[in-house]
Design a protein around this ligand. Structure first.
Ligand SMILES: Cc1ncc(C[n+]2csc(CCOP(=O)(O)OP(=O)(O)O)c2C)c(N)n1
Length: 332
């Protein structure tokens, strides 16, 4: 394959993954808002798909991923089955976690996805632990840990990044900076220049990238992961993007300047930008539309199949649950 063919294939793969993530989340939002099939919140990453697609295309199935409450895109891009994910969102049999975890607690060890996490920042120390485990095993696998800009203001960021630095662990920390922490503009509660500078202060090499440019994210992550796989130690990627929806699918985001999200959608949509890249490589509008249509059809079917799946049997509630008894029973 020529370099041009390779570049075109990767560009198309990036577009296809972003389209699949967007379509999955659009269907998930419909399931929550229109169909009332989801108990609990959904945190969409609509507009942030280039981070998931661009980072994850540089990781193998047996590498390890830790993610956040906004982790559908990362998990799909790591290779998880969208039907198992949708069933999990709907609490159905065959969900990734038996229907007991829901959107914020999806894990799929089969593709190296150790878990989304509803506790902001908690995945950072877990990821450092996973990377330490791999290092002790002498494994050639590596870890990617994705967290939001809000997480860098929590203690686990310092603990996890420091630990990775001290033990020279094989891990890429990705700060997916969508500029908001729930209802707060993150810059208004962040001292100093932010994620990259903090990582550098702890001894990591840090790179900042336009997180809505899938090609740039994929390129820079390829360079970083090559260094990490060669034993170069932990690094930080600060990917700047934008949260287009409210914090959850139900949040109207009235705290945001009027028109901000619409402006981003019009001028900085990662899918539109990637379509332009591919058009420049010679793909026709019909070919690009076909990628969109395929993703839409796939995820419409995924929601239909998940909604038609039965709920788990009642006794499932007691499976995978630790029962060590109560103090009154002398268990301690
Ligand atoms: C320890 C902790 N504190 C507060 C919350 C409530 N909370 C949920 S998401 C969120 C904002 C997180 O912002 P960020 O890390 O930037 O991720 P984003 O939601 O933007 O993807 C907060 C404060 C929480 N889940 N965990």
């Amino acid at each position: 394959m020529t370099t041009a063919d390779h570049n075109t294939r990767r560009a198309r793969d990036l577009l296809a993954m972003m389209e699949r993530i967007r379509a999955f989340e659009e269907q998930a939002c419909l399931a929550a808002e229109r169909d009332k099939l989801v108990l609990g919140a959904i945190h969409p990453s609509i507009g942030q798909e280039a981070v998931a697609a661009g980072v994850m295309c540089n990781f193998n199935r047996d590498d390890i991923l830790l993610s956040t409450h906004r982790g559908h895109g990362h998990t799909l891009a790591k290779g998880a089955d969208p039907l198992a994910m949708m069933r999990e969102l709907l609490g159905r049999e065959g969900g990734c976690c038996g229907g007991k975890g829901g959107s914020m607690h999806i894990a799929d060890f089969g593709v190296g996805m150790l878990g989304a996490n509803g506790v902001v920042g908690a995945n950072i120390t877990i990821a450092a632990g996973a990377a330490h485990g791999l290092k002790l095993q002498g494994s050639d696998r590596i870890v990617v840990d994705i967290f939001g800009d809000g997480a860098i203001n929590r203690g686990p960021f310092l603990e996890g990044v420091n630990w990775a630095s001290v033990f020279d662990l094989p891990i890429l920390f990705v700060c997916e900076d969508n500029q908001y922490s729930a209802t707060t503009k993150t810059s208004s509660v962040t001292g100093g220049p932010g994620a990259a500078a903090r990582a550098e202060a702890l001894g990591l090499r840090a790179t900042t990238v336009d997180g809505n440019d899938a090609e740039a994210v994929a390129d820079v992550t390829a360079e970083i992961t090559a260094r990490i796989r060669a034993g170069g130690g932990p690094e930080m990627l600060h990917a700047i993007t934008y949260r287009r929806t409210g914090h959850t699918s139900f949040d109207p985001a009235g705290y945001r300047p009027e028109g901000e999200s619409e402006h981003e959608a019009k001028t900085n949509d990662p899918i539109t930008r990637q379509r332009a890249v591919l058009a420049g490589m010679g793909l026709s509008a019909d070919e690009l539309d076909a990628v969109h249509t395929a993703a839409q059809s796939e995820m419409v079917q995924v929601l239909a199949d998940a909604a038609a799946t039965p709920f788990p049997a009642d006794d499932m509630a007691l499976q995978d649950v630790q029962d060590i008894g109560s103090p009154a029973q002398g268990a301690y």
